[in-house]
Design a binder for this molecule. Structure first.
Ligand code: 5AD
Ligand code: SF4
Length: 475
């Protein structure tokens, strides 16, 4: 039995000048591993952001390579993986709840292997808690050792106690890892992982390691293959896509990659997430010049108060953010915008919060992901003494969310009577005779279809608008 390898936050925070290692052969497994999952099923439950959903596609690809097949739901699987998120405490609570349910199943005779991985597992206190409270968990792994899943599964099959392997390192890039994508017509393409920004509230630079970009040729090869196979839309993914290429000294950076991706001719190009600080004029020009770069921009602002932005370590002021917002709007007037906002950051006064509301109104975002600040162990902001009481945070959140719905509905109403292009996804969950899909501006449209299949780009006339969705009829 091998030694457990536990996470270490101090180690995870270190950044060296070492070049990133690109591993291309991590999945060249010894022959005996290919039958490891034969006759067994798996289910992966994913929490958190798109990066996690993409990691899940990778985990699924790896498990299928070693013989597992996908189970229709979590209750039927022989192997359950939880791919966890550490961004806020409530994300963590959901995971603990799910582990509790699986433990209960095991106690009642269910023979299920449980693996818990992802961002939460990079934190020593969490691993310790799971180890003490839920010995029913068979193995624990982190964000840097997903490709070791075949070995972890094998190790856990023979172990009596939870087998723990969490590397706290800057991280590598893995190429040639099989992916099981959720859809064929719409794909996540990871262009980078990790983050070196260390915003003072954020655990991501600790859990995901240093910023490391894939090479443009690997990314473009993936996009071209997707296109050849009928894919219509790619979402270029990274914690901070605007910083793409800085780590390997790419002179063209994200603007260059964006152009080359658009030049593949794929119908729709999207990207996520952008940090306003790294948004260059070259990127804005690319957005202006290539109509297949979709006019929807997720641009997290976090706060409208310069003082709070400074304390968050965001490196821009509210005025600079607004100027960037207006530049983007000027080159693509039809664009829609969403943002992320944290309320109740330590030291946030009523006045600071009102500045956030003012900036929100000045931008009139189409939508926003809004959060009450949640202290994360190991981050700079969590150590501050001027934490905001929970009731103040929740009342600010409610006030902000009123604005969010107001602007959401207002912008959606502007679509009534217009005909828009929608990438058809499939029948809606509530009503099988109604289909749904997204516009280029990322509006979810429910529509009456005729002669449509998933992945078709169709024209839909918008007849009605709600706060979060549009209703229409295919023309
Ligand atoms: N508390 C609340 N929200 C947070 N976010 C990141 N860290 C925290 C935290 N500690 C939010 C930010 C980020 C989004 C993904 O999650 O708004 O943009
Ligand atoms: Fe977190 Fe800031 Fe990096 Fe985004 S840019 S992942 S908020 S540290």
């Amino acid at each position: 039995m091998k030694q457990n390898q536990l996470p270490d936050l101090k180690q995870a925070q270190k950044r060296t000048k070492e070049p990133t290692v690109i591993e291309r052969a991590a999945m060249d497994l010894p022959a005996e591993y290919f039958a490891l999952g034969n006759g067994k099923t798996y289910y992966i439950r994913t929490y958190g952001c798109q990066a996690n959903f993409h990691d899940t596609e990778m985990m699924a690809g790896i498990l299928e390579q070693i013989g597992f097949v996908s189970a229709p739901d979590i209750d039927k699987a022989d192997l359950v993986l939880l791919n966890t998120c550490a961004i806020r405490e409530n994300a963590e609570d959901k995971v603990f709840g799910e582990i509790g349910i699986l433990k209960h199943d095991k106690e009642h005779g269910r023979n299920v292997m449980i693996g818990v991985g992802g961002c939460m597992m990079q934190q020593p206190s969490i691993v310790e808690k799971i180890r003490k409270t839920w010995p029913e968990v068979n193995f624990i792994f982190g964000t840097h050792n997903m490709v070791r899943l075949p070995y972890l599964v094998k190790e856990a099959m023979n172990a009596k106690k939870p087998y723990i392997e969490v590397f706290s390192e800057e991280g590598k890039i893995y190429e040639n890892v099989p992916l099981k994508r959720k859809e064929e017509y719409k794909a996540y393409v990871s262009i980078m992982d990790g983050c070196d920004k260390f915003c003072t509230y954020c655990i991501v630079p600790f859990t995901r390691g240093k910023q490391r970009s894939r090479l443009p040729e690997d990314i473009l090869c993936e996009v071209r293959k997707l296109k050849e196979n009928g894919c219509k839309e790619v979402m270029l993914l990274g914690q901070n896509v605007n910083a793409y290429g800085k780590d390997f000294g790419d002179p063209d950076g994200f603007a260059g990659l964006l152009k080359k991706t658009a030049e593949t001719g794929i119908e729709r190009v999207r990207f996520m997430t952008s940090h306003p600080w790294d948004f260059t004029d070259a990127m804005i020009e690319a957005i202006r010049d290539y109509p297949n770069i979709m006019p929807y921009f997720h641009l997290p602002v976090q706060s409208g108060s310069d003082e709070i932005l400074r304390m968050m370590g965001r490196r821009y002021t509210a005025a600079e953010y607004l100027a960037l917002f207006r530049k983007l709007k000027a080159v693509r007037p039809e664009a829609s915008f969403s943002t992320d906002i944290i309320v109740g950051f330590p030291g946030e006064t009523e006045e600071d919060f009102e500045k956030t509301l003012e900036l929100y109104d000045a931008c009139g975002f189409d939508s926003a992901f809004t959060f009450a600040y949640s202290p994360r162990k190991g981050t700079a902001a969590a150590k501050r003494e001027d934490q905001i009481p929970e009731d103040v945070k929740s009342s600010r959140l409610a006030r902000l969310n009123e604005r969010v719905s107001y602007w959401g509905k207002k912008h959606n109403e502007e679509y009534i009577g217009k005909t828009v292009e929608v990438l058809a996804e499939g029948p809606s969950r509530k009503n099988g005779s109604i289909w749904s899909g997204y516009t280029g501006t990322m509006k979810l449209v429910n529509f009456e279809p005729h002669d449509v299949k998933a992945g078709d780009l169709v024209q839909v006339k918008i007849l009605d608008a709600k706060s979060w969705t549009l209703d229409g009829k295919q023309v």
